[in-house]
Design a protein around this ligand. Structure first.
Ligand code: 26Y
Length: 803
C-alpha cells in the first residue's frame, strides 16, 4: 500500500462527504479531525487484523501489560507517522487548503493516568509494536480522565475531564469479547461427581465488561498491536432488574473516573472494584484467547506473559488461580506453578504511603472467592517459610498482616520476576523496601531502567532537530537508536553547533509565542528556559525550585545594576485534589510569578510561567524548548523519572540530584555535562538514621537562606493567604522532611554554574549536543527488549512484510 498524495486527496474528500454529507470545504476543524482519524484507522485496519491473525497462526507467545493507567497522548500524528503516511497527508491537506497542525490539535488528549507510570505504559506500547513483539495493553476506559486543572487566583481548581465528549475515532467497541465480572455475594465450594470442587455463588453483583480496542501502531513495520480498555455495563439479561439511575450507579461508577492520586494512597472501595474489574475481565479474555492455541493448559506460560504494572493489577494473581482451578479444574499445585511462571511485577515507588494495603474485611466482602484464594496463598507461604526463615522474616513478608492485604507481598510471591525502574531504585528495593524478599527469592529481582519512545518525544516533538540529525548522520538512528552516538563526533564542529543552537532558539520562540497566547506573559526567547514538569509532590521539591527563584528575585532587587543571565522558569504540575501541601506550593509559585512578572525592576531578567493542565500534549510543546531540566527530588525518593530522559534527548542539560535514573544519565553523558548537587542517597539514609538533622539551625545560621524563607511570610509575596507561612513552618518548624534547606546552598551553587556556562553559548551548545547524542540508552525500545528477553521470554516476530 503506497498511498500517493492524489489518492489521499480523493479518498479523503469522499471520506468527509460520506461522514458529514457535505463537502470538505464547509467542514469545521473538529469534523476534519474526525474524518482524518477515521481515514487513518481504516488505512491501518488491515494491518491490525493481520497482526492479530499472524500471532495466532504462528502460536506466538504474547505479553499482556496490565496497567490501571495509560497516557497515550494524541494519536493522529503519531499513527500517521508510524504508518509512514504523515508527509503525504500533510501535503494533501495543504493542497486542500487545510492545516494538518490545527486539525491535529482538535484531538482530545486521553488523560487516563496520573503521571510517570501511565506514560511509561504508553511508551512501552509504542515500543512493543515497533519491535514487532506480540504485546497487548489491558486497562480501563475511564469515562473521565485525570481532572483538568485550572488556576483561579493562583489556586488549583479541578474540572472534570470529559475526553469522550466528541467521538473517539480510534476505539472499536468489541461486543464479541465481553466478559462477566462478579462482586460480593456468597461463595462456597461444593464437591461434585466429576471429582473436583465447584465454586457456587449467590447474590452477586454481576457486571458486564465491554472491551474497547485501540490500535497501537508500530513504526513502519506493518504491525498493529492492541490496547484493550474495559468499560462496565449492566449485563443484557439483567437489564430488566434495573429501573432507576440510582440502581445503575454501582455498575456505571466502576469505570467512571480515574483516581487522581499518584502516590498518597487513600483506601477506597471503588478503587478496589476498579482493580478487580480490570483484572478479572483481562485474565478471562486472555484464557479464552489461549484456547485458540490448542495446547495443554500447563503450557500457558509458554504462550502468555502477564505483567503487573505496580501492585494495582496484582489481583491478576488470585484471579488467574481462580480461573485455572474453578473453571479449568486444575489442582492448586498445577495452577500455582502456571500462575507464578506467567506473572511478573514492576515496582514504581518506595513511598511507604503509596504501597497498597487493603483492609481484609473489605476484600472479603467485595471479593469473597478471591479472598479465599489469597488466604490460601498466604497460608502455604507461611507454612513453607516459617521453618526455613523463622518468625521475623516470615511475618514481615506475609501477605496478610494486621488486618490488611499487602498487595506488594502478593505481587512478589505470585510472580517469577520483580523489577525496579532504575539501578538505584532496584538497589533500594533489594536492600530496604523488599529486603526480606530479596533474602528469600534473590533470583527474582532484576533492574529494568525506564525508557522513552524517541518517536513521539524527538522525531515528532522536535522535527527540526530530527532533520538535522538525519542530515549529519543519516536516518539509521531512527530504527537503531545506538547510532545516535555518531552525532557526538560533531561536538567540535562549529557549523553543527550553530545549527543546534538555532533549532533550540526556534523551539523557544514557538514556546514563547504560546506562553504569550495562553498566559499573557512576554518572555525573551534568548533567556535560559528552565523547566520543571511532573506531578506536584513534596519529594519532587518544586518548593526548592521556588526558593531559588525567590533568592534570584531578592538578589536582583538588592543589586539592580548587576548583570544577570536572564531566566524563564517554567512549571507544569497537577496536585492530587486532597493533597493540601502540594496545592499550597502551587499557590505560592503562582504568587511568586505575579510578583516577579509584574515588577518593572525585574524586566527580562526573571520570568515565571506556571502552565495550567500539564499533560502529554503540553509536554510535547515544552520539552523541545528547554535549556535546563529540573530533576531535584530528594535522593532515594524518585524511582526513576522519565521527563529527565525526554528533556535530555531534546538537548536540555539536567539539573539533578543523584536520584533515580539521573545517576545513569550522569554516567552516560559524563559529569561535566550535567549539573549535580545535593545529598546522596547514603547521606540521606544516614541523616534519617541518626536523626541529626535540624533544619531550624540552618535557618538561624544561614543568612541568605533566612532572607529567602522570611520572604515566604513577611508580605513580600502578594496575594497569599497563609500558604507561604505553611511552607515556612514545614521547612523550619517541622524539620523539613525532604531536606530542602539542607540542599539549598548546593542547589544555588549548581544554578550559578549553569549561569556561567550559559554565558558561553558555544560551550553550552556543545554540552547540549552531547546530551542529545548520549540519550540513546534511554530508548524504550532497549528497555522493552530487556523485558522481552529476561522476563517475558517473548520473541520479536517478523513476518517478512515489515517494509
Ligand atoms: C495507589 C495509587 C493511589 C497509586 C496510583 C498511581 C500509586 C502510585 C501511582 C503512580 C506512581 C507513579 O507514577 N510512579 C512513577 O513511575 C514512573 C515510571 O516508572 C517513575 O519514573 C517515577 O519515578 C515514579 O514516581
Amino acid at each position: 500500500m503506497n498511498l500517493t498524495v492524489q489518492e489521499f486527496i480523493e479518498e479523503y474528500k469522499t471520506q468527509f462527504q460520506t461522514m458529514f454529507a457535505y463537502s470538505y470545504e464547509e467542514g469545521t476543524t473538529e469534523q476534519h479531525y474526525t474524518a482524518l482519524g477515521i481515514f487513518i484507522k481504516n488505512y491501518l485496519s488491515r494491518h491490525w487484523k493481520e497482526t492479530r491473525e499472524s500471532y495466532i497462526k504462528e502460536g506466538a507467545k504474547q505479553v499482556y501489560y496490565f496497567s490501571m493507567e495509560f497516557l497515550p497522548g494524541r494519536q493522529l500524528r503519531n499513527n500517521a507517522y508510524n504508518l509512514g503516511i504523515l508527509d503525504i497527508i500533510k501535503e494533501g491537506l495543504t493542497e486542500l487548503d487545510l492545516s494538518f497542525d490545527s486539525i491535529a490539535e482538535a484531538e482530545a488528549d486521553p488523560a487516563l493516568g496520573n503521571g510517570g507510570l501511565g506514560r511509561l505504559a504508553s511508551c512501552f506500547m509504542d515500543s512493543l509494536a515497533s519491535l514487532s513483539i506480540p504485546g497487548n495493553g489491558n486497562g480501563i476506559r475511564y469515562q473521565y480522565g485525570l481532572f483538568r486543572q485550572k488556576f483561579v487566583d493562583g489556586y488549583q481548581v479541578e474540572v472534570p475531564e470529559n475526553w469522550l465528549r466528541n467521538r473517539n475515532v480510534w476505539e472499536t467497541r468489541n461486543n464479541k469479547s465481553t466478559c462477566l465480572v462478579r462482586f460480593g455475594g456468597n461463595v462456597w465450594l461444593e464437591p461434585n461427581d466429576k471429582g473436583y470442587y465447584e465454586a457456587k455463588y449467590e447474590n452477586t453483583l454481576n457486571v458486564l465488561a465491554v472491551p474497547y480496542d485501540t490500535p497501537m501502531v508500530g513504526y513502519r513495520n506493518n504491525k498493529v498491536n492492541n490496547l484493550r480498555l474495559w468499560s462496565a455495563e449492566i449485563p443484557v439479561e439483567e437489564e430488566a432488574n434495573y429501573h432507576t439511575l440510582d440502581e445503575i450507579q454501582p455498575i456505571s461508577e466502576i469505570t467512571q473516573v480515574l483516581y487522581p492520586d499518584d502516590s498518597n494512597y487513600e483506601g477506597q472501595l471503588l478503587r478496589l472494584k476498579q482493580e478487580y474489574f480490570m483484572v478479572s475481565a483481562g485474565v478471562q479474555s486472555i484464557i479464552r484467547h489461549f484456547r485458540k492455541y490448542n495446547v495443554p493448559r500447563k503450557n500457558i506460560p509458554d504462550k502468555i506473559a502477564i505483567h503487573i504494572n505496580d501492585t494495582h493489577p496484582a489481583l491478576a494473581i488470585p484471579e488467574l488461580m481462580r480461573i485455572l482451578m474453578d473453571e479449568e479444574h486444575l489442582t492448586w499445585d498445577q495452577a500455582w506453578e502456571i500462575t507464578q511462571k506467567t506473572c511478573s511485577y514492576t515496582n514504581h515507588t518506595i513511598l511507604r504511603e503509596a504501597l497498597e494495603k487493603w483492609p481484609i474485611d473489605m476484600m472479603k466482602e467485595l471479593l469473597p472467592r478471591i479472598y479465599m484464594i489469597i488466604e490460601e496463598i498466604n497460608r502455604r507461604f507461611v507454612d513453607y517459610h516459617l521453618p526455613l526463615y523463622g518468625e521475623r522474616i516470615t511475618w514481615q513478608t506475609a501477605i496478610l498482616q494486621n488486618g490488611v492485604v499487602n498487595m506488594a507481598h502478593l505481587a512478589v510471591i505470585g510472580s517469577h520476576s520483580v523489577n525496579g525502574v532504575a539501578k538505584l531504585h532496584t538497589d533500594i528495593l533489594m536492600s530496604d523496601v523488599l529486603k526480606d524478599f530479596f533474602e528469600i527469592y534473590p533470583e527474582r529481582f532484576n533492574n529494568k531502567t525506564n525508557g522513552i519512545t524517541q518517536r513521539r518525544w524527538v522525531h515528532l516533538a522536535n522535527p527540526e532537530l530530527t532533520a538535522l540529525i538525519d542530515e549529519k548522520i543519516g536516518e539509521e538512528w531512527k530504527r537503531n537508536p545506538a547510532e545516535l552516538k555518531v552525532f557526538k563526533g560533531f561536538e567540535q564542529d562549529e557549523e553543527t553547533l550553530k545549527q543546534v543552537a538555532e533549532i533550540k532558539l526556534n523551539n523557544k520562540k514557538r514556546l514563547a509565542d504560546y506562553i504569550e497566547e495562553v498566559k499573557g506573559i512576554q518572555v525573551n526567547p534568548r533567556a535560559l528556559f528552565d523547566v520543571q514538569i511532573k506531578r506536584l509532590h513534596a519529594y519532587k521539591r518544586q518548593h526548592l525550585n521556588a526558593l531559588h527563584i525567590l533568592h534570584r528575585y531578592l538578589e536582583i532587587k538588592r543589586n539592580p545594576d548587576k548583570e544577570v543571565v536572564p531566566r524563564v522558569f517554567i512549571f507544569g504540575a497537577k496536585a492530587a485534589p486532597s493533597y493540601v501541601y502540594a496545592k499550597q506550593i502551587i499557590k505560592v509559585i503562582n504568587s511568586i510569578a505575579d510578583l516577579v512578572n509584574n515588577d518593572p525592576d525585574i524586566g527580562d531578567k526573571l520570568k515565571v510561567v506556571f502552565f495550567e493542565n500539564y499533560g502529554v500534549s503540553l509536554a510535547e510543546k515544552i520539552i523541545p524548548a528547554a535549556d535546563i531540566g529540573e530533576q531535584i527530588s530528594l535522593a532515594s525518593m524518585e524511582a526513576s523519572g522519565t521527563s529527565n530522559m525526554k528533556l535530555m534527548a531534546n538537548g536540555a542539560l539536567t539539573m539533578a540530584t543523584l536520584d533515580g535514573a539521573n545517576i545513569e544519565i550522569k554516567d552516560f553523558v559524563g559529569e561535566d555535562n550535567i549539573f549535580i548537587f545535593g545529598l546522596t542517597d547514603k547521606e540521606v539514609y544516614e541523616l534519617k538514621a541518626n536523626q541529626s538533622y535540624q533544619s531550624k539551625e540552618l535557618y538561624e545560621t544561614n543568612e541568605q537562606l533566612r532572607r529567602v524563607l522570611d520572604a515566604l511570610k513577611d508580605g513580600t509575596i502578594p496575594g497569599l493567604n497563609g500558604e507561604g507561612s505553611a511552607i515556612f513552618d514545614s521547612l523550619v518548624h517541622y524539620n523539613d522532611e525532604y531536606f530542602v534547606l539542607k540542599d539549598f546552598e548546593s542547589y544555588v551553587d549548581a544554578q550559578n554554574r549553569a549561569d556561567a556556562l550559559y554565558a558561553k553559548p558555544m560551550e553550552w551548545t556543545r554540552k547540549s549536543l552531547l546530551n542529545i547524542a548520549s540519550s540513546a540508552p534511554f530508548s524504550a525500545d532497549y528497555t522493552i527488549k530487556r523485558y522481552a528477553d529476561d522476563i517475558w521470554k517473548v520473541k520479536q516476530y517478523f513476518t517478512g512484510d515489515e517494509g
